[in-house]
Design a protein around this ligand. Structure first.
Ligand code: SF4
Length: 349
């Protein structure tokens, strides 16, 4: 493309001012705490969903100190439903690291930010650009798509060397003046173009502010970018859930091991086969097993097919396993439970 980095940045900044998003709740601040929180929540979740969780999280943990001092179970509970729980565990660890390593004051250098738990290169760059006006490039999924189309970057982004090459090109496009004002607007502008104009399917090139310098548009093939040869295929996994319930309605829940699916959350005991489930209860023959409707839950690269099996426990003489506890229905809302498990339990009323 012929446009200099500064020309490109000016176009993006002007477009952001006139046509970009300005009403997102985390845009009205330069405080790193809410900006960081929004960046982590947005990593795997759509804006529409994030808004409600973001407000709820800030209400419960209004600042870094409150989050750092909180119990992990409570953090997981407030996060419950957003999925990808390693994000919540890292939020908690990161808050404690900022408190313990930096006296509660966020570092402004992206290189230092990247040393904190759960903060990758693009998230570090976003915090540094939005909050401190640092001249640093973000490259999240949306921005990677926009820039690879604009630049006609046709190298395979599943290779680390090619990713580094695209980062280097992204850095050349950054604004050069008045960074405290231009960096937040430019960063937001690229994010907005990716989210609202240069969409993965159906890019709206007619409404795009950088169409005149876009290689993919000139060649008539935006869908050819970004190039990524290694595609992850989806798989399916069948899991049996032991739903041991006492006469008073309390349910046996165990904390899931770390690492793994739903690590650190409370869950019905999970088994990979029917036989493993039935042999885990002391006297399955004397209990009535009730197979409930299957619930399919989609993770990033796999579908979980969940088979709940309800077993009434008479007077607690059957013990499903160690490492768990009987929880009454009144305690479920305060627990960090995976979303599908919460759904299964609430369906039982
Ligand atoms: Fe994307 Fe089209 Fe804009 Fe190029 S012109 S950046 S392909 S929307």
């Amino acid at each position: 493309m012929s446009s200099s980095g500064n020309d490109f940045a000016s176009v993006v900044i002007r477009w952001q001012r006139d046509h970009g998003r300005h009403d997102l709740p985390w845009q009205q601040t330069r405080d790193p705490y809410p900006v960081w929180l929004s960046e982590i929540m947005l990593q795997q979740t759509q804006v529409g969903t994030v808004k409600a969780y973001y407000a709820r999280f800030l209400e419960r943990f209004p600042d870094m100190d409150a989050l750092a001092a909180a119990d992990l179970d409570e953090v997981l509970s407030v996060w419950s439903g957003l999925g990808y729980y390693s994000r919540a565990r890292n939020l908690h660890r990161c808050a404690q690291a900022v408190r313990d390593r930096f006296g509660g004051k966020w570092p402004r250098s992206p290189d230092v930010l990247e040393t904190l738990p759960g903060i990758g290169r693009s998230t570090a760059a976003a915090i540094a650009a939005f909050c401190f006006g640092e001249r640093v490039a973000i490259l999240d999924g949306n921005v990677r798509r926009v820039l690879s189309r604009v630049l006609g970057f046709d190298s395979d982004l599943s290779k680390a060397a090619n990713q580094r090459a695209l980062w280097a090109l992204a850095e050349q496009l950054l604004p050069v003046d008045h960074l405290r004002q231009t960096m937040p607007a430019y960063t937001q502008g690229l994010m907005d173009i990716g989210a609202t104009v240069c969409r993965a399917r159906g890019p709206d090139c007619g409404a795009c502010p950088v169409a005149s310098v876009c290689t993919a548009r000139r060649d008539g093939d935006p869908h050819a970018y970004p190039v990524r040869s290694r595609r992850l295929s989806r798989s399916a996994q069948f899991l049996w859930l032991l739903w041991a319930v006492r006469a008073d309605g309390s349910v046996w829940l165990e904390r899931r091991p770390t690492p793994g699916v739903w690590a650190g959350l409370y869950c019905l005991p999970v088994f990979t086969s029917w036989d493993a489930l039935t042999s885990s209860v002391a006297a399955p023959g004397s209990a009535t097993l009730e197979c409930l409707p299957v619930v399919v839950h989609a993770l990033t690269h796999k579908d979980l097919s969940l088979h709940p099996v309800r077993i009434p426990m008479a007077g607690g003489q059957l013990t499903p396993g160690d490492g768990g506890e009987w929880f009454s229905a009144a305690r479920w809302p305060g627990l960090g439970l995976p979303a599908p498990i919460r759904k299964i339990l609430s369906a039982a009323g």
